[in-house]
Design a protein around this ligand. Structure first.
Ligand code: ADP
Ligand code: MG
Length: 249
């Protein structure tokens, strides 16, 4: 990938380690995600994928190393952290919408509270975003009245409402009924096409092949492979990746 500017990568993890007690969950992780790139993170259960996402968003403090978003190292706490965290949108496996708020309220809440966006503007943006993810007609409903796929698209709209610089997705389709997986993947593909920087943990190999610029394969807390999708799927280098692909494909 050639670039004429010296802009910092959107995400840069340098020598990141994470321990849960004795358990070494992230082992010297070095990862750069340039702006506009879509990186799919693959790996067996327990390999540290979620912990890596949570560390990038500072939902989980790291034991050593540094994580920078858009060139700015993540501070440990306080206002500066809140601001940087707002730059990172996150969508989880479970939808995490506020159950007692409408879909529209779910999308307008954080921009007003955190970004101090005026109510009218927040509403306008939210309506546009709900349109974009294809659920504008669900705006006045409550989460429980929507299908899982619609809820997950609402969660994506809610994250986008904060105007994040990067989006993290942690198995966003794993909790969905099979017939709803594609609508969420399509929404993500559209986002990627618009140039959003994305780090996506998923087991959807079709999405990885089609939408990823890069595949990062993790096992036992380490990045074992970092390759173009074609290369990774047709000629994985490590035994662990071969073993993983043998089970999943
Ligand atoms: P993945 O998302 O790849 O399945 P995780 O990042 O969730 O992996 O977990 C990596 C390892 O860290 C696992 O062994 C898991 O049991 C452990 N782990 C995750 N969260 C915690 C926690 N809060 N406390 C203790 N151990 C944890
Ligand atoms: Mg996980």
């Amino acid at each position: 990938m050639t670039t004429t500017t010296s802009a910092p990568p959107m995400i840069r993890a340098t020598g990141v380690n994470k321990f849960f007690g004795e358990l070494h969950v992230l082992k010297d992780i070095n990862l750069e995600v340039p702006r506009g790139q879509v990186v799919v993170v693959l790996g067996p259960s327990g390999s540290g994928k979620s912990t890596l996402c949570r560390a990038i968003n500072r939902l989980e403090p790291i034991s050593s190393g540094e994580i920078a978003v858009d060139g700015k190292p993540l501070p440990a706490e306080g206002k500066a952290l809140a601001a940087l965290r707002a730059d990172v949108g996150m969508v989880f496996q479970s939808f995490n919408l506020f159950a007692h708020k409408t879909i529209l309220e779910n999308v307008t809440l954080a921009p007003q509270k955190v970004r101090k966006v005026p109510a009218e503007e927040a509403r306008k943006t939210a309506t546009e975003l709900l349109e974009r993810v294809g659920i504008a007609n669900q705006a006045e409903k409550y989460p429980a009245q929507l299908s899982g796929g619609q809820q997950q698209r609402a969660a994506i709209a809610r994250a986008l409402a904060m105007r994040p610089k990067v989006m993290l997705f942690d198995e966003p389709t794993s909790a969905l009924d099979p017939e709803m997986v594609q609508e969420v993947l399509d929404t993500m593909t559209g986002l990627a096409a618009e140039g959003m920087t994305m780090l996506v943990v998923t087991h959807e190999m079709g999405f990885a092949r089609r939408a990823a610029d890069r595949v990062v394969f993790m096992a036992d807390g380490e990045i074992v492979e970092d390759a173009a999708p074609d290369e990774f799927f047709t000629a994985p280098k490590s035994e662990r990746a071969k073993d993983f692909l043998g089970k999943i494909l």
